[in-house]
Design a protein around this ligand. Structure first.
Ligand code: FAD
Ligand code: DHB
Length: 391
């Protein structure tokens, strides 16, 4: 049987980042990924990185292209009731900024670094299964090209996303889950058109939420809230552009440059947390352990702070022969996770139209927004959460 120190399940941003940090520290890993490399690279998702995520990438020698191509943002805007209100993020949050750099680009940089390091990744690994992680000798089996393989290891990192096998392998009595499912989705498009503004605009309108974001100075990403049962075929480009124009303030609608979309997808919105994050020698990391609705852009960033905590614990285990960091992992990570769950739930609740919203709920939303943009204290709270709470 083959043996490595840490088996990582999943080659999304969590698995690749963890693999990179461990490899730099001389800890042997193998990454097992159920999809093909091209499939993982083509998945369009997050775009906004907190300062802490950028710092983690930079500290690990991964920020070359990010520093050249990432767009640094000092502020963002909230649009409601026909007006746009800028929030001075860096002014309110002690100089911290956020960076626009697509998850696809982060993934590409991480995959390039892994290929250069020679550390192994098995793509299109089928039936990946963690075994015996409640004892001293865990193993992982998988099937590749019809052949079953078995790897012995010290630890298993479950970085395999919400639908992965890692969390599903934990006995039901050992795990608690918390969930809220929102009654709408986000329809997102990518188009090769310049962004409507150099900063992001989050819009609350009677027709629902809209978000104007970007991937570069020539590539835009737009989202609109849509019913959960809508399909992308229901949304030809013309309908999409008409709809977003009706949801933003008039000057923004006027300035919007439209063009053919080259990607269009619908994502459901959910808040979900599993506790704890450690089961013997199995650790859950990133979307395998928690999901947040995209409003506020916390998902990828939370995955990166989990990785930082787990990597610190593993480095301490192998370097200093101390289990302190690994013992603390679940508690440290969950402390930050719940605060991000609260923030993204609050942003989602404040900015979307809910199908069962009462007149009272509507007034509360309006008061929440009016208070927010009139109070330095409230804007400071938004800013410190948006740029990312301390890691
Ligand atoms: P994933 O990216 O899901 O990676 C898990 C990997 O494991 C996948 O490659 C999967 O194929 C693999 N896998 C699954 N099952 C198995 C198995 N059984 N065996 C082996 N491999 C398996 N976050 C932000 O921070 N900012 C944003 O702006 C933002 N915007 C978003 C917009 C949208 C529309 C969506 C959908 C998400 C957004 N997110 C955002 C969230 C972010 O994309 C995720 O939080 C992030 O991808 C989590 O990374 P991960 O590596 O933990 O999981
Ligand atoms: C993006 C997505 C988000 O959910 C968000 O809050 C900000 C930016 C994006 O895809 O760029």
């Amino acid at each position: 049987m083959k043996r490595v120190q840490v088996v990582i399940i999943g080659s999304g941003p969590s698995g690749l980042m963890l693999g990179h940090i461990l490899h730099r520290a001389g800890i042997e890993t193998i990454i097992l990924e159920s999809r093909s490399q091209d499939y993982v690279l083509a998945r369009v998702r997050a775009g906004l990185l907190e300062q802490g995520t950028v710092d983690l990438l930079r500290d690990n020698g991964l920020a070359g292209r990010l520093d050249r191509e990432g767009l640094i943002h000092h502020g963002m805007a909230l649009a409601f009731d026909g007006e746009r209100h800028r929030i001075d993020l860096s002014g309110l949050a002690g100089g911290k900024v956020v960076t626009i750099y697509g998850q696809t680009e982060v993934t590409r940089d991480l995959m390039d670094a892994r290929a250069a390091s020679g550390a192994p990744t098995v793509y299109e690994a089928e039936a990946v299964t963690p075994h015996a992680f409640d004892g001293e000798a865990p193993r992982v089996t998988y099937v590749k090209d019809g052949v079953t393989h078995e790897i012995a290891c010290d630890f298993i990192a479950g970085c395999d996303g919400y639908h992965g096998v890692s969390r599903a392998s934990v006995p039901a009595g050992a795990i608690a889950t918390y969930e809220r499912v929102y009654p709408f989705g986000w329809l997102g498009i990518l188009a090769e058109v310049p962004p409507v503004d150099h900063e992001l605009i989050y819009a609350n309108s009677p027709r629902g939420f809209a978000l104007c974001t970007m991937r570069s100075s020539t590539r835009s990403r737009y989202y609109v809230q849509c019913p959960l049962d809508d399909r992308v075929e229901d949304w030809p480009d013309d309908r999409f552009w008409d709809e977003i124009r009706r949801r933003v303030d008039a000057p923004t609608a006027e300035a919007l440059v439209t063009g053919p979309s080259f990607e269009k997808s619908i994502a459901p919105l959910r808040s979900f947390v599993a506790e704890p994050l450690r089961f013997g020698r199995l650790f859950l990391v990133g979307d395998a352990a928690h999901i947040v609705p995209p409003t506020g852009a916390k998902g990828l960033n939370l995955a990166m702070s989990d990785v930082r905590y787990l990597a610190e614990g593993l480095l301490e285990h192998y370097g200093e022969k101390s289990s302190g960091g690994l013992d603390a992992y679940s508690g440290r990570a969950l402390d930050r996770i719940w605060k991000a769950v609260r923030f993204s739930w609050w942003m989602t609740t404040m900015l979307h139209r809910f199908p069962d919203q009462t007149a009272f709920d509507q007034r509360m939303q309006e008061a929440d927004l009016a208070y927010l943009v009139s109070s330095q204290a409230a804007m400071t709270s938004l800013a410190e959460n948006y740029v990312g709470l301390p890691v």
